[in-house]
Design a protein around this ligand. Structure first.
Ligand code: LFR
Length: 485
């Protein structure tokens, strides 16, 4: 049988991995060769990514891969919206800013005032989030922009370091909020209105494009030889959605569950309507010309940051949360929960106090509050997606690291009244690897391989959430101003 082997590099907000995928006889096996931590680096009031440190870890992972025999290709995916700026010689101009940097405070509101929120949404169909690349560029010091010749999104930057190609892959381009999902081209007018030169923007390529081969320098550093660099769906969420093990004919939604919960549908075309804008939904590009109509829900970030303060075992924390009775709720999308900080437990408590609810005390109680709230928010967004798209949702597929949290899967099933199919945990790596393998050229094959290669677990909705409980959640409301209108 044909065997093909590929390497996927998946950079997440809290960790990164280098993995080896072997595709044989319609099944994909994934072996993680190297795992390393990632996170924001606070310096002098700013917040950055250690991209050089990430690059060193990537090289280390590739060295491990070289000891395991030949591979056909390698490709990188990461979180969205962040970028490096290069000068004319290809040198990185300064650090790569983190999307949670305080430098963005108030910038989105200013740009919305200047360009008009309606105009921005109509041109891009992207959810207003304060860290979209559009607002990050508006926050750049003019001197830095004047020196810059090329903007590369984080995965594109690593591809450039791997093989010298300076291009932007489509799925991540779509997250910037200066990409027109109808034409598939950059929405250059928005940048020009901000005084940013569209000449910074490279050519857009499709997921699956061969970008080159590893540079002689990388070959020397790693011992790999003759390996092609292939762009996967470089936006991690796009790779994860590509690997949702859905049966195409059923109505289904996905929750890509990690630091963020990306709750959405795959649609044949962008949905840029008054209702989509009112609900502040995003239309990011998926593989094969699809659209990811979705919404960012704050996700496990809140628990991760709480546990950065507590230092507990995550498994025990979630089990403990499942064992305490339901109590107070938060609006997980309240802006106060977005910044990094060890004071997250205090923020959750303050929210409960201010909204006249019982104040959760123990880590188990606080985590229970967060999980209940995430599940209710997920259910709310699923209803909105169904209304706005007209696409019925039968099954909810939860993929990614968060799909391992059985109590959360059950809470989502209960809150949404729909069966939840959990897994695969490694959806992002799987989507990355399968796009490199060329599976997109054979419609339906990619998801069939995912189904054949992974054990999935189904959670059936139990006791319905009471109307009082839903009302308790709905009262919190407090959606960000941009979403309200
Ligand atoms: C998930 C993700 C989301 C994006 C957020 C910030 O990892 O890529 O899709 O909105 O990170 O980049």
């Amino acid at each position: 049988a044909d065997v093909s082997r590929h390497l996927a590099i998946d950079l997440g907000a809290s960790s990164g991995r280098v993995a080896l995928g072997t595709l044989e006889g319609g099944r994909l096996s994934v072996e993680i060769l190297h795992r390393f931590p990632n996170g924001g680096v606070p310096v002098r009031g700013g917040l950055y990514w250690d991209v050089l440190g990430l690059w060193r870890e990537v090289l280390h992972g590739l060295r491990l891969a070289a000891t395991r025999g030949g591979v056909a290709s390698v490709g990188v995916n990461s979180w969205a919206v962040d970028y490096g700026l290069l000068d004319g010689r290809g040198e990185l101009l300064g650090a790569v800013n983190h999307y949670r940097s305080p430098r963005l405070n108030g910038v989105m509101e200013r740009v919305q005032g200047e360009l008009g929120a309606g105009h921005i949404y109509e041109a891009t169909g992207i959810q207003f989030l304060p860290f979209n690349t559009l607002y990050q560029l508006a926050a750049e010091p003019p001197e830095r922009l004047a020196q810059a010749r090329t903007l590369l999104m984080v995965p594109d930057l690593l591809h450039f370091w791997l093989c010298g190609a300076r291009v932007t892959e489509r799925t991540n381009a779509s997250s910037t909020q200066f990409f027109d999902p109808r034409s598939g081209e950059w929405a250059t007018g928005l940048l020009e209105s901000l005084g940013v030169s569209p000449l910074l923007l490279p050519r857009i390529v499709e997921p699956g494009t061969v970008l080159g081969t590893l540079s002689p320098e990388v070959e020397r550093e790693t011992g790999l030889r003759g390996v092609r660099v292939v762009a996967p769906a470089t936006h991690d969420t796009a790779s994860a959605v590509a690997a949702v093990p859905a049966q195409e004919e059923d109505g289904w939604a996905y929750v890509s569950s990690g630091t963020w919960s990306l709750v959405g549908l795959e649609t044949p075309a962008p949905v840029i309507t008054a209702a989509a804008r009112a609900a502040n939904l995003t239309n990011e590009a998926g593989v094969g010309g699809t659209t990811r109509l979705l919404k960012n829900v704050m996700g496990l970030w809140i628990v991760q940051q709480c546990n950065a303060a507590w230092g507990l075992d995550f498994g025990e924390l979630y089990a403990g949360a499942a064992a305490v009775p339901p109590g107070p709720l938060i609006d997980p999308d309240d802006a106060r929960f977005a910044p990094m900080g060890h004071d997250m437990p205090t923020r959750v408590q303050a929210y409960c106090r201010e909204t006249g609810q019982a104040v959760p005390q123990t880590p188990a109680e606080i985590t229970r509050c967060i999980l209940d709230s995430l599940a209710l928010r997920t259910a709310e967004v699923l209803e909105t997606l169904q209304d706005v798209s007209g696409q019925a949702v039968g099954t909810v597929h939860v993929v990614g690291g968060g799909s391992q949290i059985a109590p959360l899967n059950q809470l989502i099933a209960d809150a949404s009244g729909r069966p939840v199919v959990a897994g695969p945990v490694e959806a992002t790596l799987i989507g990355n690897l399968l796009v490199q393998s060329g599976a997109l050229d054979r419609p339906g094959e990619l998801r069939a391989v995912v189904r054949a290669s992974n054990d999935l677990q189904t959670f059936t909705p139990g006791a319905a959430v009471s109307p009082e409980r839903r009302a308790q959640f709905a009262r919190l409301g407090g959606r960000p101003a941009a979403e309200a209108g």
